[in-house]
Design a protein around this ligand. Structure first.
Ligand SMILES: Cc1cc2nc3c(=O)[nH]c(=O)nc-3n(C[C@H](O)[C@H](O)[C@H](O)COP(=O)(O)O)c2cc1C
Length: 187
């Protein structure tokens, strides 16, 4: 069976730095079954804190998130790519994460669900050189990974990229994602 990868693109900018980073990572993976999700092009609402929710961990809002839930659950690897926006992940990423609240409740409160074990990777870019922004974003991603059963298994964090596509010039960042892909293939 092929290694199943879910790639989540968190930037609204197509062809931007985080997308380039993620694409380079995916190219390095070779023969895997890859599902790509461009959150900005999906139609979904933020968490509505619905009352009388089901206790099975399944969110009942019928929008594009319903396509993503089973893909994430069945993945062997989930890779999230996001730029830093105002010191954090993008709103698109945060909106997706919040929509896992039903799953969080099922795992931690109702004890009705245990997610399949998988790996999780985080790729992140920013214009500045602020390490604390990456730490902030990482804390959010790590928390999310726990909820989907993913072990935080690697990261590439690239600073000093602002313009669209500028990351192509940062050869060390591209090399780091290629190395990460090699490492994941061997594990
Ligand atoms: C709304 C917005 C907020 C941003 N906030 C930050 C920030 O807090 N710190 C930072 O270093 N860069 C910030 N940036 C710059 C982006 O992180 C940077 O341009 C990044 O390369 C964009 O990635 P992308 O091309 O994948 O969209 C911001 C950009 C936008 C559009």
């Amino acid at each position: 069976m092929k290694f199943k990868v879910v790639a989540i693109y968190g930037s609204p900018r197509r062809g931007g730095n985080s997308e380039i980073l993620l694409n380079n990572f995916l190219e390095g993976l070779g023969d895997a079954e890859i599902r790509k999700f461009f959150l900005n092009e999906m139609r979904f609402v933020p968490c509505q804190e619905c009352e009388n929710i089901r206790k099975d961990g399944k969110c009942k809002i019928e929008d594009d998130m319903q396509k993503l839930y089973p893909e994430i659950e069945n993945a062997d690897l989930v890779v999230i790519a996001s730029p830093i926006f105002f010191g954090s992940v993008t709103a698109q990423i945060k909106m997706m994460i919040d929509r896992f609240q039903c799953q969080w409740l099922a795992i931690n409160i109702f004890k009705t669900f245990i997610p399949k074990k998988k790996k999780g990777l985080f790729l992140c870019v920013e214009a500045s050189e602020r390490k604390d922004f990456f730490e902030n974003a990482k804390a959010i991603i790590k928390n999310f990974f726990k909820t989907i059963g993913a072990e935080y298994s690697g990261e590439v964090l690239c600073c000093g990229v602002a313009e669209k596509g500028e990351i192509e010039k940062k050869k060390e960042c591209i090399e780091r994602v290629k190395e990460l892909a090699e490492k994941i293939k061997k594990e």
